[in-house]
Design a protein around this ligand. Structure first.
Ligand code: UFG
Length: 343
């Protein structure tokens, strides 16, 4: 019998790539999404790529009644992977209550009602933002979490604290939190990828949209950081590698291999690239010059951040395999294919 996995936020960027990997590993996938920042077309695209149509449930997880009925209809699921959340850092500063309400109510309802029907495995979509300003690099999971610089980031930190408290007193319930560094790239088919709402906040979609002529010019936020070329350094990770790590984490929980009821893993490559490295790689891979200019620093940006990846390798047997060129190539393929379809 196929094991059923519930993927909340499964029409979104990382959720949809994870649904594809799960289907590829013979899991029965239920995508749950409120479609507030995604489209149901994603289900068609997942089907086109995998040949399997996941079950789709349009549910607002902030709503307890809807969440309870979702879980009573899928009591037989083996695990939940919880991606559903708002994720725009800048917007969260402007609308903190929306972020706390959305990201935390949906988490609380999911935990409560999945546990009520006996689904005792949970994977959480966290972020390296919980580290705040790093004291040492590469960052180990044991690095003390600090108050993140945005309400968005704080919802991730609070969520991890909730999971720690809940797993401590709930026998049989196990959770894994996956702290993502900078996910970029797209599925090799070019059928699914990152589709930011409005003007992108993140570097990669801003680059591909600039190259596609949707934005005039990329702004590089500061070149006076103490790094090799003055621009900040990040650990970019291919979204397909990231998706694969979720499958490994699901398997660890299902096989009850976890050593603690709440475990935390970094998901990065361990390599740092500067903003100018990414721009140069994009120009090389696409064969196209990018229009950019250096402007002032963006508030809240840290100088340098990259992961220690040893723990994920030791315990999940997972390591990122795709390099920066493959990340950029796939992101660019997705952007071009998507725009081609749009026009
Ligand atoms: N950058 C630019 N121009 C842009 C966008 C970004 O120069 O238009 C630069 C940023 O200054 C930064 C780098 O590109 O140096 C990466 O920026 P992103 O916005 O792509 O990524 P961040 O590292 O800022 O954000 C990521 C995640 C967030 C998370 C945050 C904190 O996307 O979800 O890390 O760790 F909160």
């Amino acid at each position: 019998m196929k094991k059923k996995i519930i993927v909340t936020g499964g029409c979104g960027y990382i959720g949809s790539h994870t649904a594809i990997e799960l289907i590829g590993h013979n899991y029965d996938v239920v995508v749950v999404d409120d479609l507030s920042n995604s489209s149901q077309d994603t289900i068609d695209r997942i089907e086109a790529i995998t040949g399997v149509r996941p079950t789709f449930e349009q549910v607002d997880l902030k709503d307890a009644v809807q969440t309870e009925s979702l879980f009573s209809a899928h009591k037989d699921a083996a695990a939940v992977i919880h991606f559903a959340a708002l994720k725009a850092v800048g917007e969260s500063v402007q609308k903190p209550l929306d972020y706390y309400q959305n990201n935390l109510y949906s988490l609380l309802n999911t935990l409560k009602f999945q546990h009520q029907v006996g689904i005792e495995s949970f994977i959480f979509s966290s972020s390296a933002t919980v580290y705040g300003i790093p004291k040492a690099l590469p960052i180990l999971e044991t690095h003390k979490a600090q108050r993140p610089s945005s309400p968005y980031g704080n919802t991730k930190k609070i969520a991890e604290e909730i999971l720690e408290d809940f797993t401590k007193v709930t026998p049989n319930f196990s959770a894994i939190s996956l702290r993502y560094f900078n996910p970029i790239g797209a599925h090799e088919s070019g059928e699914i990828g990152e589709l930011p709402n409005g003007i992108p906040n993140n570097l990669m979609p801003y680059i591909t949209q600039t190259a596609a002529g949707i934005r005039d010019q990329l702004m590089v936020f500061g070149d006076d950081y103490p790094t090799k070329d003055g621009t900040p350094v990040r650990d970019y990770i291919h979204v397909v590698d990231l998706a694969k790590a979720h499958v490994q984490a699901v398997q660890r929980l299902i096989k009850q291999e976890q050593e603690q009821s709440f475990e935390i893993y970094n998901l990065g490559t361990g390599n740092g690239f500067s903003v100018l490295d990414v721009i140069k790689a994009f120009e090389r891979v696409s064969g196209q010059k990018l229009n950019y200019q250096i402007v002032d620093r963006r508030e809240g940006d840290v100088t340098e951040l990259y992961a220690s990846t040893d723990l994920a390798f030791q315990k999940l047997g997972w390591k990122a395999e795709l390099g920066l060129d493959e990340m950029i190539e796939s992101a660019w393929r997705w952007e071009q294919k998507y725009r081609g379809k749009e026009n």
